[in-house]
Design a protein around this ligand. Structure first.
Ligand code: AP5
Length: 215
C-alpha cells in the first residue's frame, strides 16, 4: 500500500490537482470533503452530524473523519495507492493516519504542499462552480465549461456554487486552516516527507510538476 497527501489551503486546487494525477496514475483519490458532501446529500447520520460544521467553515470532529477514512481503507487491498485530499487536517488526524497505516504495514510516502498566494485562493473559491449531476469542478474565469452553464463531462445544466464558498465562510475556512491545519506543514517537514508544488500555475503545469516529483 502507498499513501500520499495533498496539503494546502481551501481553494489551493487540491481536488483539481488530484484529478489530474489520478487520470495519469493508478492512485485512488480520497477526498474527505467529497465523502462528507455525499453523506450530507444522502442524509446519513454522518451527513447530518457534519452539515452544521461544514456550513460554518469549521472542521468536522476528528472522530467522524477518522471513522469514514477508516471505513474507506478497510474496503481496500494491500496493493492500493491512496492520494488523500483534505485529510489529515489536524495533528490528531495525522497521528491516527500514521497508526492506521502502520497497522496495515504501510506509511505516508510523500506530502505535497500546494503553494498558492492568498489573493489567488480567494478568487479561485469565489469563481468555483460544480456540476450538480456529476461533480465536475469549473471556474467561471480560469476553467470555464466550453458552453457557458453546461457541464463538458455530462451535459448537465445545473452548475452551482458550494454553500461554503460564500465570502464570509471562505474567510473563516482560511482562518481555520491557519489555526488547525497549517502546523502539519512543520510536522511533515520534520519527517522529511514534504514536497512543495507551485500550484499558482495552470492545472496542467501543477499536475506535470507533481508527476515529476512523485517517487
Ligand atoms: P474540502 O472539500 O476538503 O474543502 P477545502 O479543503 O476547503 O478545499 P476545497 O475543496 O475548497 O478546494 P481545493 O483545494 O480542492 O480546490 P479546487 O481544486 O476545488 O472540505 C470542505 C469542508 O468539509 C471543510 O470546511 C470541513 O468542514 C469538512 N472537512 C473536509 N475534510 C475534513 C477533515 N479532514 N477534517 C475535518 N473536517 C473536514 O479548486 C478551487 C477552484 O480553483 C476551482 O474553481 C478550480 O476550477 C480552480 N482551480 C484549481 N486549480 C487551478 C489552477 N491551477 N489554476 C486556475 N484555477 C484553478
Amino acid at each position: 500500500m502507498k499513501a500520499i497527501i495533498l496539503l494546502g489551503a481551501p481553494g489551493a486546487g487540491k481536488g483539481t490537482l488530484a484529478e489530474g494525477v489520478r487520470a495519469a496514475t493508478d492512485y485512488i483519490h480520497v477526498s474527505t470533503g467529497d465523502m462528507l458532501r455525499a453523506a450530507v446529500k444522502a442524509g446519513t447520520p454522518t451527513g447530518l452530524e457534519a452539515k452544521s460544521y461544514m456550513e460554518k467553515g469549521e472542521l468536522v470532529p476528528d472522530d467522524v473523519i477518522l471513522r469514514i477514512v477508516g471505513e474507506r481503507l478497510k474496503q481496500g487491498t494491500a496493493d492500493d495507492k491512496y492520494m488523500f485530499d483534505g485529510f489529515p487536517r489536524t495533528p490528531e488526524q495525522a497521528r491516527a493516519l500514521d497508526e492506521t497505516l502502520a497497522d496495515l504495514g504501510a506509511a505516508v510516502n510523500q506530502v505535497f504542499l500546494l503553494d498558492v498566494p492568498t489573493p489567488v485562493i480567494v478568487s479561485r473559491l469565489s469563481g468555483r462552480r460544480i456540476c450538480r449531476n456529476c461533480g465536475a469542478v469549473y471556474h467561471l474565469v480560469n476553467i470555464p465549461p466550453k458552453v457557458a452553464g453546461v457541464c463538458d463531462q455530462c451535459g448537465g445544466t445545473d452548475l452551482y456554487q458550494r454553500p461554503d464558498d460564500s465570502e464570509e465562510t471562505v474567510l473563516n475556512r482560511l482562518e481555520v486552516y491557519q489555526r488547525q491545519t497549517a502546523s502539519l506543514i512543520d510536522f511533515y517537514e520534520k519527517k522529511g516527507l514534504l514536497v512543495h508544488i507551485n500550484a499558482g500555475t495552470t492545472p496542467q503545469e501543477a499536475t506535470a510538476e507533481m508527476l515529476g516529483k512523485l517517487a
